[in-house]
Design a protein around this ligand. Structure first.
Ligand code: AMP
Ligand code: TRP
Length: 333
């Protein structure tokens, strides 16, 4: 438990290009939901981003963009610490210690690694040890809860295994964290193929809605989104995966249940549904974009990140020291 008696929360998002509505529904909305009752740390994980080649100018720009999007999505920097991972050097250091604790076999089983490495001739070693750095991110803050989308479940499981292994080997040091995954919206799928998750790395921009897409782009992308045969708006992920995905997005953006979505569109066709879906998405994105533009033009993000890194460092440094002491490192006096 933190000094404030609140549960601790940590989560991170990579600064690799634009964030999508999937990031928002699967993860960021829960960041916002947890900030009042928990002591929260939200980080832009730039050290994770460089596990695949990054253009330096683009990395800098994307890091600032994602930090500003955190604030625009409703994270209050007075409540939660918002920081850039590389600003707190304890992450890289504990990441190394976690790497020494992990087994090759368990890292080889990670599906995100298998997906990212598939078909590549040369695979970076950073991509392979990526989950040990993620474990360090979480364990440094004694986080009880980690709000993430469904695709991060396996990494969380590994983090738990590493924490338990460390505690057994060196004595109680780390809190064993739990994933915090939404019941609806933990896996938003592509607009052009409901068997793939919506992802900013998809080369087809019509497959995702970016948080910074202007309203007309949102309308066009949703009008083009794939639908199943038939015309009824019913939730049936097995037989009607495309429309079920769109219904999930509607439910999350309009703040209603899936049953309510089905009831609202009973007797109406896909065309009517898609029009209202676009407006529901825009009603979420528009205020977010207004705040985003305001933050970017004010330059205040740098103050927010400085303050966030200071708050994060004081917690992270203490945990790192505890872990190093437990492992038998001679600490400077
Ligand atoms: P990433 O963009 O890979 O750094 O992901 C940041 C967060 O967004 C993680 O918690 C992911 O699980 C979540 N996320 C990414 N894509 C989706 C999606 N399509 N649906 C739900 N959550 C997602
Ligand atoms: N691996 C996560 C992703 O790709 C990003 C991440 C890095 C993260 N460190 C984290 C998520 C710590 C939660 C907690 O989405």
């Amino acid at each position: 438990m933190s000094e404030s008696g609140k549960k601790r929360v940590l989560s991170g998002i990579q600064p690799s290009g634009l964030l999508t509505l999937g990031n928002y529904i699967g993860a960021m909305r829960n960041f916002v939901a947890l900030q009042d009752e928990c002591e929260c740390y939200f980080t832009v994980v730039d050290l994770h981003a460089v596990t695949v080649p990054q253009d330096p100018a683009a990395l800098r720009e994307n890091t600032e963009t994602v930090a500003a999007l955190f604030v625009a999505a409703g994270i209050d920097p007075k409540k939660a610490a918002i920081f850039v991972q590389s600003h707190v050097s304890a992450h890289a250091e504990l990441g190394w210690l976690m790497t020494t604790l992990a087994y090759m076999g368990e890292l080889e089983r990670m599906t995100q690694f298998k997906d990212k490495a598939a078909g590549k001739e040369a695979v970076g070693a950073g991509l392979f040890v990526y989950p040990t750095l993620m474990a360090a991110d979480i364990l440094l803050y004694d986080a009880h809860l980690v709000p993430v989308g469904d695709d991060q479940k396996q990494h969380l499981e590994l983090t738990r295994d590493l924490a338990i292994r460390f505690n057994r080997r060196y004595g109680e040091t780390f809190v064993v964290p739990e994933p915090y995954i939404p019941e609806v919206g933990a896996r938003i799928m592509s607009l052009d193929d409901a068997s793939k998750k919506m992802s900013k790395s998809n080369p087809n921009p019509n497959s995702y809605i970016a948080l910074l897409d202007p309203p007309d782009t949102v309308r066009k992308k949703i009008a083009r989104a794939k639908t199943d045969s038939g015309r009824e708006v019913v939730f049936d992920p097995q037989h009607k995966p495309e429309i079920s995905n769109l219904m999930t997005i509607y439910a999350q953006c309009a703040g209603v249940t899936l049953d309510e979505v089905a009831r609202r569109f009973e007797g109406k066709g896909y065309g009517d549904f898609k029009k209202e879906l676009a407006e529901a998405v825009i009603s979420v994105l528009e205020p977010l974009q207004n705040t985003y533009n305001q933050i970017r033009s004010s330059g205040e993000i740098f103050d927010i990140l400085r303050d966030g890194a200071q708050r994060a460092s004081s917690v992270a440094e203490a945990t790192l020291r505890r872990a190093k002491e437990a492992m038998g490192f001679l600490l400077p006096k």
